[in-house]
Ligand binder design. Sequence first.
Ligand code: MN
Length: 676
Amino acid sequence: MGFLKKEVTAETFFQAIAERLNEEDQALIKRAYKVAEKTHANQKRYSGEPYIIHPVNVAYILNDLRQEPAVVAAGLLHDVIEDTSYSREDMTLDFGKDITKLVEGVTKMSKVKNKTRMNFESIAAENLRRMLMATAKDPRIIVIKLADKTHNMRTLKFHKPEKQKIIAQETLSIYAPLAGRLGVYKIKSELEDLAFQILEPEEYQDIKEKVAAKKAERDSFIETAKIIIKQRLAEINLDVQIEGRSKHFYSIYKKMKDKDKNFDEINDLRAVRIITKEVRDCYGVFGVVHSIWTPVPGKFKDYIATPKTNQYQSLHTAVIGQDGRSFEIQIRTQEMNNIAEHGIAAHWAYKEGTNSKDVSMTAKWIERIRHWSETSSGSDSKEFLEDLTHELHEDEVYVFTPKGDIYNFPKGSTILDYAFRIHTDVGLHAKGARISGRMVPLRTELKSGDQIEVVTDKKVKPSPIWLRIVRTSSAKQKLRQYFRKIQDETANDVSVSYVAKLPSEPVPEIDLTTLKKVKPDKKKNKEKREVSIVVAGIKDILVRLSSCCSPLPGDEIIGFITRGRGVSVHKSNCDIARNHSDKKRIVAVRWDGVNNPVPVRIEVKAYDRQGIYLEMVESISKTETNILEAGASSSGEGTLLARFLIEIEHLDQLQEILDNIRSIKNILFAERVVEK
Ligand code: MN
């Protein structure tokens, strides 16, 4: 399939709307066209063409996505307020509040681009945030933006090469996945191929040629397959529509890269799609195709019973074809097919006809976006973008609550993500979970089909290492909020909570600001491990972890103001610090956020048996901890003494490692070793 769509003329556009809309709706769109044509009259595109060609094409795409007349009209008018003297008031008078609101929504999204002082990353983040806020307000706005982006991508060749690359990259990392997330696959594949062509021109050309070379062979195979299916289904009086389809270039490229295969090894370039009238026919057809050809194990997916978040529904399978090579089969109803091509856009177009369950899946996603955009402040934009783009690119897993409610998560999400999705409080106090009667730890990855019961404990409090356990942006955000709250509450707290066990006067008389670190030399800092500790509410004070008790992030700590070497930090129960004669030098300190890892030595003694050492190593690396050094020696009487130096980010992590090791059979003890 030659994928890249050509620009259309105003004439073609009017033909297209005449085929779909009634006279009255067409009149509205013609009025919008007149205003756009007049107001953009003196403007040109980079291509040198009259500007009006852009809004016309945007509106054409929106019509193609079966958007309602107001949205198509807004497409024609989308650049008018921003670029011409025609005002918001003019538009409200001429076209009413609804269309004006849509155009304003699109206008607001593009404003941030003008701030040239921002770097690319923050512009992209800010664009995305604005886009999502607009989506939350009215999802139709984002469909217009995606149509706008699609036409701009088609005409990108008129920009400078460097600019092309930046725009293509942004398209690939944000707009295309967003289109996918909203289920508008038509737009998603086109955006991906357009960006791919610019970012990897040689690979693009290569795949294009190879696809073209095998076209005749593929077509004849698919024709034969279609005839075979039709015949067999006619025998049982099932009437279906069958289409051959091919992957778009970028998805072939991605598959080759992800699976490390060459072009000839990609065998699902050939696929057929069978479209039925009724849902139950889908399963009937499924049975029939499996009786004709041998199914490929592990390829069956039932997205009818469990639709994707974007409402995509279909049965997928792969079978060994008549030539002994596999091909893909998708089976779905006409309505499912509409949704697959047009995404949630299709739903607004057929509001009356849709069932409420499907709509609520989208509503849920929009609800989540709304929540993100409301709870993250401007400075969070970058974090937000990272979280979200990560999530947009993930595949999904589906899990169940004990009651049977279904939730979906990006692949790689953990029990902790699930706990936060159930309720923030459940997340904040999660201890583990029960899956089919078995207790599993928080970091356990979710698998499709798991039925999960979270176990909570009031005594449990979030640990900074949880930020590494969660994968979803919403859970990360809830955790960050929690830590920020804790920090705010204790920011200027020089009170005794950290030093409760001390005799008296924890507030020092020494001016702490004299201990401020000299402006850090960047190079030096990189090499040296930095600990972030707040001293009496002040950051950036020169601190060092004392070697007598080697405190770990998470330990209760106190500070001791040394003469000339900053503040030395001890565990709060360290005798050396507690018994110091000069109590005035003791100061309240606390860990600040997530710290860089600290090397910690542990010792394990066990009855020696085959494989036990490996089990220890495995139980450490399971917690995603770096092992810096490892060694073991026989310690007589059939016992083994193992020593590890591991990088620990937080006390909780050490606890998890020790617990893991202690649960191994034949372990005598596992302890942290403090070297004097
Ligand atoms: Mn535009």
